[in-house]
Design a protein. Sequence first.
Length: 94
Amino acid sequence: MTDERKSVRHKIVVEERENIFINGVTDVVSFDEEMIVAESEMGEIVLKGNNLHVNRLNLEKGELEIDGEVESINYEETGSMGKDKRSFFTKIFK
Protein backbone atom coordinates (compact mmCIF):
# COMPACT_ATOMS: atom_id res chain seq x y z
CA MET A 1 0.00 0.00 0.00
CA THR A 2 1.40 3.40 -0.93
CA ASP A 3 1.87 6.22 1.56
CA GLU A 4 -0.45 8.38 -0.55
CA ARG A 5 -3.34 5.95 -0.12
CA LYS A 6 -2.71 5.65 3.63
CA SER A 7 -3.23 9.39 4.05
CA VAL A 8 -6.58 9.45 2.18
CA ARG A 9 -9.47 9.98 4.53
CA HIS A 10 -12.53 7.80 4.10
CA LYS A 11 -15.55 9.75 2.88
CA ILE A 12 -18.81 8.96 1.08
CA VAL A 13 -20.68 11.72 -0.74
CA VAL A 14 -24.12 11.04 -2.22
CA GLU A 15 -25.65 13.66 -4.50
CA GLU A 16 -29.41 13.40 -5.08
CA ARG A 17 -29.30 9.61 -4.55
CA GLU A 18 -27.79 9.24 -8.04
CA ASN A 19 -24.09 10.14 -7.86
CA ILE A 20 -21.83 8.53 -5.27
CA PHE A 21 -18.20 9.47 -4.59
CA ILE A 22 -16.20 7.31 -2.19
CA ASN A 23 -12.67 8.03 -0.95
CA GLY A 24 -10.47 5.55 0.88
CA VAL A 25 -11.36 2.61 -1.42
CA THR A 26 -8.73 -0.13 -1.49
CA ASP A 27 -10.46 -2.58 -3.87
CA VAL A 28 -13.72 -3.42 -5.68
CA VAL A 29 -14.77 -6.98 -4.84
CA SER A 30 -17.79 -7.24 -7.16
CA PHE A 31 -20.33 -5.15 -9.02
CA ASP A 32 -23.45 -5.40 -11.12
CA GLU A 33 -26.43 -3.12 -11.79
CA GLU A 34 -28.01 -3.89 -8.40
CA MET A 35 -25.05 -4.16 -5.99
CA ILE A 36 -21.47 -2.94 -5.69
CA VAL A 37 -19.13 -4.32 -3.03
CA ALA A 38 -15.98 -2.34 -2.31
CA GLU A 39 -13.31 -2.60 0.34
CA SER A 40 -12.39 0.61 2.11
CA GLU A 41 -10.07 1.66 4.88
CA MET A 42 -13.08 1.51 7.22
CA GLY A 43 -14.41 -1.91 6.14
CA GLU A 44 -16.38 -3.47 3.32
CA ILE A 45 -19.05 -1.23 1.77
CA VAL A 46 -22.15 -2.77 0.17
CA LEU A 47 -24.06 -0.34 -2.03
CA LYS A 48 -27.46 -1.50 -3.32
CA GLY A 49 -29.74 0.12 -5.88
CA ASN A 50 -30.83 0.09 -9.50
CA ASN A 51 -28.89 0.77 -12.70
CA LEU A 52 -25.62 1.13 -10.76
CA HIS A 53 -22.54 1.82 -12.87
CA VAL A 54 -18.90 2.24 -11.86
CA ASN A 55 -17.89 5.40 -13.72
CA ARG A 56 -14.40 5.81 -12.35
CA LEU A 57 -12.09 3.74 -10.18
CA ASN A 58 -8.64 4.94 -9.18
CA LEU A 59 -7.06 2.60 -6.63
CA GLU A 60 -3.85 4.66 -6.54
CA LYS A 61 -5.84 7.57 -5.09
CA GLY A 62 -8.48 5.37 -3.42
CA GLU A 63 -11.37 6.94 -5.36
CA LEU A 64 -14.57 5.34 -6.64
CA GLU A 65 -17.34 7.13 -8.54
CA ILE A 66 -20.73 5.47 -9.10
CA ASP A 67 -23.93 6.54 -10.88
CA GLY A 68 -27.38 5.02 -10.43
CA GLU A 69 -30.35 4.96 -8.09
CA VAL A 70 -29.09 4.38 -4.53
CA GLU A 71 -31.30 2.38 -2.16
CA SER A 72 -28.82 1.62 0.63
CA ILE A 73 -25.20 1.85 1.72
CA ASN A 74 -24.01 -0.54 4.42
CA TYR A 75 -20.74 -1.48 6.03
CA GLU A 76 -20.14 -5.21 6.40
CA GLU A 77 -17.49 -7.31 8.08
CA THR A 78 -14.62 -7.77 5.65
CA GLY A 79 -15.04 -10.88 3.53
CA SER A 80 -18.68 -11.53 4.48
CA MET A 81 -20.00 -11.22 0.91
CA GLY A 82 -18.38 -14.33 -0.53
CA LYS A 83 -15.85 -17.10 -0.24
CA ASP A 84 -13.38 -15.81 -2.84
CA LYS A 85 -11.82 -12.69 -1.34
CA ARG A 86 -9.96 -11.72 -4.54
CA SER A 87 -11.37 -8.69 -6.33
CA PHE A 88 -13.02 -8.73 -9.72
CA PHE A 89 -10.08 -6.81 -11.19
CA THR A 90 -7.51 -9.11 -9.57
CA LYS A 91 -9.20 -12.12 -11.19
CA ILE A 92 -9.21 -10.49 -14.65
CA PHE A 93 -5.61 -9.28 -14.57
CA LYS A 94 -3.94 -12.45 -13.20
